[in-house]
Each structure stands twice: as structure tokens, then as C-alpha cells.
Design a protein around this ligand. Structure first.
Ligand SMILES: Nc1nc2c(ncn2[C@@H]2O[C@H](COP(=O)(O)OP(=O)(O)OP(=O)(O)O)[C@@H](O)[C@H]2O)c(=O)[nH]1
Ligand SMILES: [Zn+2]
Length: 329
């Protein structure tokens, strides 16, 4: 950079241009629009569910560059018949209740919303084969708390190893967990998923497809090979897709393409809000305190010294805090 552009210019450049006419006058009224939900996205084409029926759609021009992601509640016009070859148009994205996002990182240069409107982030981890990666679990937890989503640990392959070692790492944070294995009883998992929308993340080989298949037997024709939503041949989906659990028991969003979270966007204040008891202890922290290990006079240290805070819980919170600035691998 030559210094030709001041910060002010850059900021101005990033801002959308002010419109000369009020927006509403440029826009046709969409009184006839219907509601739908985005269940998958593939190369600019969106699969929506409208009244339980699959409908293909594209973005209408007024949406401009606004992203439309899996989980979005949208308003749709045009051919919403869902007939072969039909294409509807998305004219509006309803306000998102939650957004799970990732910072730009080496794999992907753009900060993006991954999915919207999910209440729970299910971190699927094998107890062995492959061995658990606590750093990746930590990162997923940070992403969940930042998104305002409840985390759930699903520990798979319980036939191969005991969960105790791993659980001891997360107990003081109070993260809910369930243990599963292939062919095992899924009652507890189903209870945890019931009545809400959950996003499943997990590294390759942890048994996520096996789990999704057990929960939604029609999900794949072949574990991890065919995308049931697009119905397209033998290819492994790399984008997220949403499925309804049998008997309307809730929704799950599988995320085959997501292996890590870039977390640089996560603010310490946002993270600590997920732990109201700790948050309360930081009320008298010095201005700008990040509540990390090296902070002088952090209320968390004072609470530990006074015996009012669980040192393990504080240490675990700080481990999550530090995970924000560590490399993903
Ligand atoms: N021992 C044991 N193996 C399991 C269990 N669940 C799944 N597996 C095996 O683990 C391997 C990976 O399972 P998948 O369900 O394909 O794992 P995934 O997480 O979807 O992996 P990707 O397809 O790479 O995303 C397969 O060989 C499964 O048969 C389990 O509970 N116990
Ligand atoms: Zn502090």
C-alpha cells in the first residue's frame, strides 16, 4: 500500500452506496410470495422446502450479493410448483435467529455464515479411530457459544474406548454429552435433537454419516457417498444440507465440507456471555480485560483466589479463549 488511501477511504469504499431513491420504490411488491426454508445450496441453486415439498430456486436480483445459506427462512415467488425443471426466485431472507460463521482462513479467504437459524451445534467425535482431537472440539465449542447455539458432544464408537478421559476435559464447562455406537440405542441422541434444529460437525471418519443414516434412514443411499437431498449420483456432498427427523421430531443439518472453524472474529465478551456465572465475576475487570491468563487484576483470578470460582472451570474457559487465536491444526 502506498499510503494513497486513508483508512477513511477504505471504509467508505466498503460501504454500500447510498441510494438516490427509497428502496421500496425500486422493488415490486411481493404480496404473493410464499415462505420456504433453504435445505441445501449447490452452485448458486437453492433447494427449498415449501409446505414439505422440494422446490429449486435462485436468488432474485434485488437480493444482490446477499448470501443465502442453509437454514435461512426465505420468501419465494415465481414457479414454486417444484415440478421438474421449475425454478422459483428467492426475494427475501428473513431475519436470522442464529448464525454460525467462520472467519476467513487458509482454506477459505472470506468470512462467511455457514448455516443460520440452528439452535444446537452437535460436535461429533470418535472415542477412538480416529482419536479425539480436543483442540478441534474446543474450536467447535467456541463457534457454538459465539453463535448463541447450545453445544452437544456426541461421542461415537463407544465400542472402541471409554469416554471418561475425554469427558473429564469438558465436565467443568458443563457441556452436555451423549455416547453412541454403530447399531446402538439412539434414544438419548433423539431426545437431545427433539424439537429443534441441530448442526452436526465432525472430522472425517468419526462416524457422522453412520449416525445421520441411523437417525434418518433415507438420508443416504450409501453412507457418505450419495447426497440424498440433491439425489445426484455418486458424489460426496461438500455443502451443508438439512434433513427432517422422522415423525417431525426436529431437523438436522449435516456439514460434510466443514472440518474446522476460523475463529478470529470471536470477541471475548461474546464468549464469556455463554457462561453467566463467570461473566458476573468479570463485572469489575479493568477496561478492555480479555479475561485471559495473562490479564492483571482479572475478576476471574480474584474469584478463584476468593474461592468463589471453580478453578477448573476458569481454566477451561481460558483454554477456549486461547483457542480463538491458535491455528486450526
Ligand atoms: N467400531 C466402530 N466403527 C464405527 C462406528 N460408527 C462408524 N464406524 C465406522 O467408522 C468409519 C467411518 O464412518 P462414517 O460414518 O463414514 O464417518 P464420517 O464421519 O461420516 O466420515 P466421512 O464420510 O469421511 O465424513 C466407517 O468404517 C464406519 O463403519 C462405531 O460405533 N464403532
Ligand atoms: Zn477479566
Amino acid at each position: 500500500m502506498t499510503g494513497r488511501y486513508s483508512d477513511h477511504d477504505v471504509e467508505h469504499y466498503d460501504r454500500p452506496r447510498r441510494r438516490t431513491r427509497p428502496r421500496t420504490k425500486e422493488r415490486p411488491a411481493y404480496d404473493d410470495a410464499v415462505d420456504g426454508v433453504v435445505v441445501t445450496v449447490d452452485r448458486g441453486r437453492f433447494t427449498l422446502l415449501i409446505d414439505g415439498q422440494k422446490v429449486m430456486a435462485m436468488k432474485a436480483r434485488p437480493l444482490g450479493r446477499k448470501g443465502v445459506v442453509v437454514g435461512d427462512r426465505v420468501r419465494v415467488v415465481g414457479d414454486t410448483s417444484g415440478d421438474e425443471g421449475s425454478l422459483a426466485r428467492i426475494v427475501e431472507v428473513r431475519e436470522r435467529v442464529t448464525t454460525l460463521r467462520r472467519t476467513a482462513d487458509d482454506d477459505d479467504p472470506v468470512e462467511r455464515v455457514i448455516v443460520s437459524n440452528a439452535e444446537q451445534l452437535v460436535v461429533v467425535t470418535a472415542l477412538a479411530d480416529p482419536d479425539p482431537q480436543p483442540r478441534l472440539i474446543d474450536r467447535a465449542l467456541v463457534a457454538a457459544y459465539d453463535a448463541g447455539m447450545q453445544p452437544l458432544l456426541v461421542l461415537t464408537k463407544a465400542d472402541l474406548a471409554d469416554p471418561e478421559t475425554l469427558l473429564s476435559t469438558y465436565r467443568s464447562l458443563g457441556v452436555p454429552w451423549v455416547v453412541t455406537q454403530r447399531g446402538g440405542d439412539l434414544t438419548e441422541v433423539r431426545e437431545r435433537l427433539h424439537g429443534r434444529t441441530s448442526v452436526l460437525v465432525g472430522s472425517s471418519g468419526v462416524g457422522k454419516s453412520t449416525l445421520v443414516n441411523a437417525l434418518v434412514p433415507t438420508a443416504y443411499r450409501d453412507v457418505g457417498v450419495v447426497n440424498a437431498v440433491t439425489g445426484r449420483g455418486r458424489h460426496t456432498s461438500t455443502s451443508a444440507f438439512m434433513l427432517e427427523l422422522p415423525d417431525g421430531a426436529g431437523w438436522i443439518i449435516d456439514t460434510p465440507g466443514i472440518r474446522s472453524f476460523g475463529l478470529a472474529h470471536v470477541q471475548p465478551e461474546r464468549l464469556i456471555e455463554a457462561f453467566p456465572d463467570l461473566d458476573e465475576m468479570t463485572e469489575d475487570c479493568p477496561r478492555g480485560c480479555t479475561h485471559g491468563t495473562d490479564e492483571p487484576e482479572c475478576g476471574l483470578d480474584e474469584a478463584v483466589e476468593a474461592g468463589t470460582a471453580d478453578p477448573d472451570r476458569v481454566a477451561s474457559f481460558r483454554r477456549l479463549l486461547a483457542a480463538r487465536s491458535e491455528p486450526a491444526y
